[in-house]
Design a binder for this molecule. Sequence first.
Ligand SMILES: NC(=O)c1ccc[n+]([C@@H]2O[C@H](COP(=O)([O-])OP(=O)(O)OC[C@H]3O[C@@H](n4cnc5c(N)ncnc54)[C@H](O)[C@@H]3O)[C@@H](O)[C@H]2O)c1
Ligand SMILES: O=c1ccn([C@@H]2O[C@H](COP(=O)(O)OP(=O)(O)O[C@H]3OC[C@@H](O)[C@H](O)[C@H]3O)[C@@H](O)[C@H]2O)c(=O)[nH]1
Length: 386
Amino acid sequence: MAGKVDLDGNAIKPITICMIGAGGFIGSHLCEKLMHETSHKVLAVDVYSDKIKHLLEPATLDWADRIQFHRINIKNDSRLEGLIKMADLTINLAAICTPADYNTRPLDTIYSNFIDALPVVKYCSENGKRLIHFSTCEVYGKTIGAFLPKDSPLRKDPAYYVLKEDTSPCIFGSIEKQRWSYACAKQLIERLIYAEGAENGLEFTIVRPFNWIGPRMDFIPGIDGPSEGVPRVLACFSNNLLRREPLKLVDGGESQRTFIYIKDAIEAVLLMIENPARANGHIFNVGNPNNEVTVRQLAEMMTQVYSKVSGESSIETPTIDVSSKEFYGEGYDDSDKRIPDMTIINKQLGWNPKTSLWDLLESTLTYQHRTYAEAIKQAMSKTTAN
Ligand SMILES: NC(=O)c1ccc[n+]([C@@H]2O[C@H](COP(=O)([O-])OP(=O)(O)OC[C@H]3O[C@@H](n4cnc5c(N)ncnc54)[C@H](O)[C@@H]3O)[C@@H](O)[C@H]2O)c1
Ligand SMILES: O=c1ccn([C@@H]2O[C@H](COP(=O)(O)OP(=O)(O)O[C@H]3OC[C@@H](O)[C@H](O)[C@H]3O)[C@@H](O)[C@H]2O)c(=O)[nH]1
């Protein structure tokens, strides 16, 4: 790693990073990248470590002295401030961030995304430490175009749907649509961080991920993680494919998303870590505007790709429609369309995503098949035997 330079040609000095939520999907990929490709140290904070256990043991690995796991719940642990003080940079990924929770556990969602993040911001600000905080593309809510008549030609005008960090409004539904509890809490913590920057000089970067997907995302119900519960769409559809059951399309699967491969997105985060002068004070969209599909198209593509990687033909009825009330319960609502504007990240960090949706699904579903197919077969044959 010797001789690595930043985007301005300056030598990159190894730093210590306090990574909160390091045991999650994004955290596990970021830890991997930092261990494999840099000399930085990581103080990894989480309540779980399963997704990074390959980086923590055995102690003989090349990077054994560069990663330490701290099993800490940041809600109530006095060790947090000490760890932030020991580090040069704090990255906060900890959150409840699965839509099935937003309307069914709104209090936990708001506490997790706002109240629990407050001390992290405060400790960074008081101790003069840099903070990279993970927000979400959900802070944009719905597009302006969603409110135009269905046949309006303006719906085709990017000015009505492309989401820009510095100009797009944040449009949420009514309070009884508790889906927006998450987006609203994330928006308020963004505003607080921004205000700490403006009034107290906090050095911060805010990341708005647009549907990052890949291996280790969420859990497969009944196999790992909680036995009950609804993960995000990649894991829901993977679970259906593995069990040879129809993929469920919520409210017709008409919502649109842009999906980005986790490994492309992690490149962007590493650039932020290693180029503070270019990243501080900015909010960055991180997504792939070229990978847009409706959820129905995603289901069709995943069905095709899974057939290819598993060698199994698809089932006769690959998808079924379900209402959002049936699937998520009362108070669900949805983002209609999410296309990130890439101007700011392009200008500041020269970053662009690379991987097509087909390619990222192929590598991700190969991983899902390899990791889960056997365990699912065994679990299903046990159920049939009982
Ligand atoms: N994956 C995406 O596409 C996406 C999109 C938008 C925003 N984000 C944001 O990025 C961040 C990481 O997302 P992810 O996809 O890796 O989710 P994840 O659920 O896999 O990871 C979050 C991690 O935080 C940990 N955590 C939660 N509360 C904690 C607490 N009180 N103390 C200690 N650890 C705690 C969890 O155990 C988990 O390991 C979140 O803030 C999320 O809102 C992710
Ligand atoms: O089985 C399913 C699961 C999900 N869906 C639909 O698929 C779409 C995507 O759902 P996801 O669960 O991946 O989550 P969303 O894209 O709505 O939100 C996510 O966005 C960014 C992050 O902040 C969070 O990770 C999460 O809130 C939604 O329209 C949802 O209704 C299905 O049609 N069927």
